[in-house]
Every structure is written in structure tokens, then in C-alpha cells.
Ligand binder design. Structure first.
Ligand code: CTP
Ligand code: CA
Length: 223
């Protein structure tokens, strides 16, 4: 009857999904990172593969099982994540940027383990800004390509999401209240607000990350 089966809605599409949290080295034994588990991104990769898409899952430092039927690309740092995304984006149909990218990295990585000394009661680590990967992709995307970003916020969720969808030229932003530990990092549940560039929003109920991912795939199919 011309209606695609749910499992076919992304058939023939190549989608890049990023997940996890980048690590930025301080010295050979230490790094700076964040609380991202990668669960939301992995659920999205699985849902996209289930929908028939060819999926490149670029994962930063995750330790959860890799979804079936995806091309798995492990990375460590924001710079590596950037290279892995940029290498693949031009030939892809879209990007879902769910990785938590460290905004800054140590300006220099010490060659040797930093030692504490008797005369040093303080340590200052000078940091430099990492590239904004999704913003870079938003700036080069072609009309037929989509870019979905996330907004992890502890306050002013919708106002901050509005700024991000505009400044990064996104087709959709998934706004996430990370102040609520029931639905944030490392949880199996989530509650998000999908926001479109025209300001339209849709808030999900608290539900499994798999359900949120399925809702996102439905929206992506329309994009
Ligand atoms: N992002 C990115 N590259 C960065 C930082 C963020 O691609 N260097 C992406 C994230 O993956 C997410 C979106 O940008 O899809 C928003 O990330 P978020 O941390 O919420 O926003 P920032 O722009 O980094 O602003 P801030 O952390 O100051 O709120
Ligand atoms: Ca950030």
C-alpha cells in the first residue's frame, strides 16, 4: 500500500552517530572528561540500524555493548572525534551528534607524570578551546543533509537550546536536562525536548533511551 514498514524508514541512508565523552590528556596517566556513558547515542545508533540505515557509530571512551549491525569507530579525544566525523560527513545523509565533547583540552600534555612537590600547594592547568564539531558540520551541510545536535543543560533549557540550534545551524536539537539525575548521564531512562529551528517543541515522557531513540528516528525520517 506504499507505506514503508517501520524497519525500513531509513533504508539506503548513511547516518553518523557520535556517542560517549571525549578524554583530554593532562599527562601520560591522567585526563579530563565528563559523565557521558554513551547510552543515548548507542540507543540512537541501534534504532537507526533497525530502521535500515547504514550507521557509523563514532564512540568516545564507551564501555557498553556495541549495537548490532553498525560500523564502530572508537576515538579518544575531541580532535580525533572531529577527524572521524569530518572524514565521513560529506558522503553521509546526516549526523546525530550525541557525544559529550570536552569544550577545552590542556594546552600542553606533559611528557612525564606531573609530580607534586613540597613547594607546590596548587596546580593550574592551562586549557585551550576544542573545535565545535557540530557547528563546523552545520556550516558545511548541504540542503539534503541533516544535522541533529544535543543540548545538555542544568538551567534555562529551552532558552539555551534555542541559542544552540541557531548558532550551530541545526535541523533539530535534543534538549536534555542534566540536572535531574533520574534522566541524565548513565541512566537507562531519559526525558528530552525535541526542538525545531522554527521554535516548535515536543517534550517526551520519561521513558527508556530506546524509546527516545525510536522517536528521534521517526523525526529524522521526516527530515
Ligand atoms: N559539541 C560539539 N563540539 C564541541 C562542543 C559541543 O560538536 N566542542 C556539540 C555537542 O555534541 C552537542 C552540541 O554541540 O551536540 C551542544 O553541546 P553543549 O555542550 O550542550 O553546548 P556547547 O556549545 O558546548 O556550549 P556550553 O557547553 O557552553 O553550554
Ligand atoms: Ca559544551
Amino acid at each position: 500500500n506504499g507505506v514503508l514498514l517501520p524497519e525500513q524508514i531509513l533504508k539506503g541512508k548513511h547516518i553518523i552517530v557520535t556517542a560517549g565523552g571525549t578524554r583530554e590528556a593532562i599527562d601520560p596517566v591522567r585526563y579530563i572528561t565528563n559523565h557521558s556513558s554513551g547510552k543515548m547515542g548507542f540507543a540512537i545508533a541501534q534504532a537507526a540500524a533497525n530502521a535500515g540505515a547504514e550507521v557509523s557509530l563514532i564512540a568516545a571512551n564507551t564501555s557498553i555493548p556495541v549495537p548490532n549491525g553498525v560500523d564502530f569507530i572508537p576515538v579518544v579525544t575531541a580532535k580525533e572525534l572531529e577527524a572521524a566525523v569530518m572524514k565521513r560527513f560529506t558522503s553521509a545523509d546526516g549526523l546525530v551528534m550525541s557525544a559529550a565533547v570536552a569544550d577545552f583540552r590542556p594546552a600542553v600534555v606533559a611528557d612525564h607524570k606531573i609530580k607534586k612537590t613540597k613547594d607546590n600547594d596548587n596546580l593550574t592547568i592551562s586549557m585551550v578551546k576544542n573545535p565545535d564539531i557540530v557547528k563546523q558540520v552545520g556550516a558545511i551541510k548541504q540542503p539534503q543533509q541533516f544535522v541533529v545536535g544535543f543540548a545538555a543543560e542544568t538551567n534555562d533549557l529551552l532558552a539555551n537550546a534555542t541559542k544552540k540550534i541557531q548558532s550551530k545551524n541545526l535541523d533539530l536539537i535534543v534538549a536534555n536536562d542534566v540536572a535531574n539525575s533520574q534522566i541524565g548521564f548513565n541512566s537507562d531512562q531519559n526525558q528530552v525536548t525535541f526542538m525545531w529551528p522554527d521554535g516548535q517543541t515536543k517534550k517526551t515522557v520519561v521513558e527508556s533511551k530506546a524509546k527516545v531513540a525510536d522517536e528521534l528516528i521517526q523525526i529524522i525520517a521526516k527530515l
